[in-house]
Design a binder for this molecule. Structure first.
Ligand SMILES: [Zn+2]
Ligand SMILES: [Zn+2]
Length: 238
């Protein structure tokens, strides 16, 4: 992947993600700046360019910049600063310095995404090969847009381990791995429920006065079993 396409992919990704307020990309080789921001003063922009240049030095001179985030996880090659109380993540990707104004909730996931991109490890769907590393996903609970490879929603913690691949449309896990529903469990619970319904139906023809009671008992057990079946047949990584 050429670095031009690469940085365009990242721009598209950052534009969609909830909690990214703005970004500034400083290309070292071309001395060029790209900005996405609703409102940003000239002063702030020139400040940010100065910070980009300083960050380039810091990253290059120290080799491995490990700062400690609020979650105490060391973030290798990620710099996180607060500018006037606003969180800014700083990343170096090839000859680009990225300054991203973010909600702190995004920090660990974004820095992990950039770290593996730097290592050239882009996550792909194991079935169709679609690259999902910079894909996004709308949380069905809170409606915010998060990285596709997030395990849970970064805002409401909703479980996002299993979702449909944007490439081939079937369910995969958040690392692109193949998942399968345990259909056997549904089948077994359905068979047992069928047997119970048949039995209660049969008994109620003998004890007609308990007919309604027996039928509803059978129905209740069936409903319970089917619920258990569906819940325990959740998709799992193969
Ligand atoms: Zn796929
Ligand atoms: Zn959510």
């Amino acid at each position: 992947m050429s670095s031009r396409i690469f940085i365009d992919t990242i721009k598209e990704f950052l534009k969609k993600i909830s909690g990214v307020r703005w970004y500034l990309i400083y290309n070292i080789d071309e001395n060029k700046v790209t900005i996405k921001s609703p409102i940003m003063s000239e002063d702030k922009i020139s400040d940010l360019i100065e910070i980009s240049k300083a960050s380039k030095l810091l990253i290059e001179k120290t080799g491995r910049v490990a700062l400690i985030s609020s979650t105490k996880e060391p973030l290798v090659n990620t710099i996180y600063v607060k500018l006037n109380g606003e969180g800014v993540e700083i990343e170096k990707l090839e000859s680009n310095i990225l300054l991203i104004g973010i909600d702190e909730k995004l920090l660990n996931t974004l820095s992990e995404i950039f770290a593996s991109a730097r290592r050239g490890e882009l996550i792909k769907c194991n079935i169709c090969g679609k690259e999902i590393h910079f894909e996004t996903y709308t949380c069905p609970r809170c409606g915010r847009v998060v990285p596709f490879i997030a395990e849970t929603c970064l805002f409401c913690r909703y479980d996002l381990r299993y979702k449909k691949c944007p490439g081939h449309g079937d369910v995969i896990d958040y690392r692109g791995r193949i998942v399968k529903r345990q259909y056997g469990v549904i089948l077994i619970t359905a068979l047992i429920s069928g047997a119970i319904l048949f039995f209660t139906g049969f008994v109620s023809t003998i004890y007609r006065e308990y007919g309604i009671l027996l039928y509803s008992l059978g129905g209740l057990i069936t409903a319970l079993l089917i619920t258990i079946g569906v819940l325990s047949s959740k998709p799992r990584v193969l």
